[in-house]
Design a protein around this ligand. Structure first.
Ligand SMILES: [Zn+2]
Length: 454
């Protein structure tokens, strides 16, 4: 890779800023709240925009109204498998009365486009759409086909009408070696140096249920041993338990990349941590609180209590109380083995069962595509480096097991990145036009670098 960009027609980035903004506004104005989704009009907008400039595109509906947009910029003579620019058009619901502006208005105010999906993730979809148009207009030929897919139905988790359905029914359209997706690209500062985090893997899940049982009774006569007491003890044990830190390959690569920012002893500090990873040692690294919290999630299997059920009458001591645990597991961790560890930690007062689970995944942070991401950022933001990491949540990447998926859509400013983290799925979601342009430019330059003719 690493050959220079050879665009025949160089983009006019000021015009591109306006064009990408228009596409983001248009996408926000389609109410794709999921459920029910109703993504087809947004998918049709993407498809018609691309077809108008001669790019092959179609809407693939998994069910009425559940449209996935698929487009392909074809190479005249492909010598390598396609790459995929992916995203989703559905959004989570809004509490309208908590918003300052119409969440489906797409207003442009003081440099920000407002609306549900501005962060997650119509901004990236608009950037990928715009970048594909620019790539077509540039007149370049490419070594690989470039596929754009805007899935329906990401936000409910299963991808039943989106990525999972497409993988099951139209895998022919998703053939790709590498993909760019949401879930990464955030710039962070460590001791004055800037790093962009690239998601190179994500945690799996293990929904666990804790059941406590004991004899029932009438509440007028207290009992020494109850299901409530057993569950209470289990909750305290869960809270006090410190499972071991586990440093997976993307996190090893993260620490190695960040080491120079940790000071003159940075390399030695990281080597010591990798030889014997403990959370105490990791927590002592010079990160701000948000980054440290994310790091903690990325080096542990977790089981967080979220729902409790039990009791039905005020005067009846219940014989059974249950607690649901939202478990997130590292790549390589078996869900049932994690269940057994949680059971051992909580003791045999309670029973821990696995309700559902799926493994995490990791893309290779040493791939040529990762290197192209890093080289593109080095051009766009001289002095900055790209560090892989493992995201604690899940994305559509889990539904595309044959593709090496990297989450990377960088905003230009660490301060605005912190703003976006707070706005995602929240009120007054908005995205800066400057970041939309930076992201569009990143996609364009990355594809040109990685797929352009040698
Ligand atoms: Zn999303």
């Amino acid at each position: 890779m690493g050959h220079p960009a050879t665009a025949v027609v160089l983009p006019d980035w000021s015009a591109v800023r306006d064009e990408a903004t228009r596409h983001l506004q248009a996408l926000i104005r389609f109410d794709t709240t999921n459920p029910p989704g109703n993504e087809t009009p947004a998918a049709a907008y993407i498809v018609e925009t691309l077809r108008a400039e001669g790019i092959t595109a179609e809407v693939v509906e998994s069910a009425p109204g559940r449209g996935n947009a698929v487009a392909r910029l074809q190479s005249a003579n492909p010598t390598a498998p396609p790459i995929l620019l992916m995203g989703h058009t559905d959004v989570v619901s809004v509490e309208r009365d908590k918003w300052t502006r119409d969440p489906f208005g797409g207003d442009l105010v003081e440099g920000f486009v407002w609306g549900r999906g501005a962060v997650d993730m119509k901004s990236q979809v608009a950037a990928e759409l715009t970048a594909l148009l620019l790539l077509k207009r540039s007149g370049q030929d490419f070594e690989r086909d470039i596929t754009l897919v805007a899935f329906a139905d990401e936000e409910t988790g299963g991808g039943d009408h989106g990525a999972a359905w497409m993988w099951a029914h139209r895998r022919d359209l998703l053939d790709a070696e590498y993909a760019i997706n949401e879930g990464g690209g955030e710039p962070i500062e460590v001791n004055g140096r800037r790093f962009y985090l690239c998601q190179a893997g994500e945690k799996g899940n293990a929904h666990l249920r804790v059941t406590a049982r004991a004899a029932p009774g009438h509440a007028s006569i207290p009992l020494d041993d109850t299901a409530m007491l057993r569950l209470g003890r289990a909750l305290v044990r869960l809270h006090e338990w410190q499972p071991p830190a586990v440093v997976t390959p993307p996190m090893r690569a993260l620490l190695a990349t960040l080491a120079p920012a940790f000071g003159p002893e940075g390399e030695a500090t990281v080597a010591a941590i990798l030889a014997n990873p403990t959370w105490d040692a990791l927590a002592a690294l010079p990160f701000d609180a948000d980054v440290r919290a994310g790091l903690r999630a990325s080096v542990h299997n977790t089981a967080v209590p979220t729902i409790v059920h039990g009791g039905h009458r005020l005067n009846v001591i219940p014989s059974e109380v249950t607690l649901e645990l939202d478990g997130r597991i590292l790549p390589g961790q078996d869900p049932d083995d994690w269940r057994a560890e949680v059971q051992a930690a909580l003791g045999d007062d309670v029973e821990v069962t696995l309700v559902s689970g799926g493994p995490g995944l990791a893309a290779d942070p040493a791939s040529p595509f990762f290197d192209a991401i890093a080289a593109t950022i080095a051009d766009l933001d001289p002095g900055a480096a790209v560090a892989p990491y493992l995201v604690s949540g899940g994305t559509d990447a889990a539904h595309l097991p044959g593709i090496k998926v990297y989450g990377f859509f960088p905003p230009a400013s660490p301060a605005r990145n912190a703003l976006y983290t707070g706005l995602m799925h929240g009120h007054d979601e908005r995205y800066a036009v400057e970041d939309l342009l930076f992201g569009t430019r990143f996609v364009y330059e990355l594809v040109t670098r990685f797929c352009g003719e040698r």
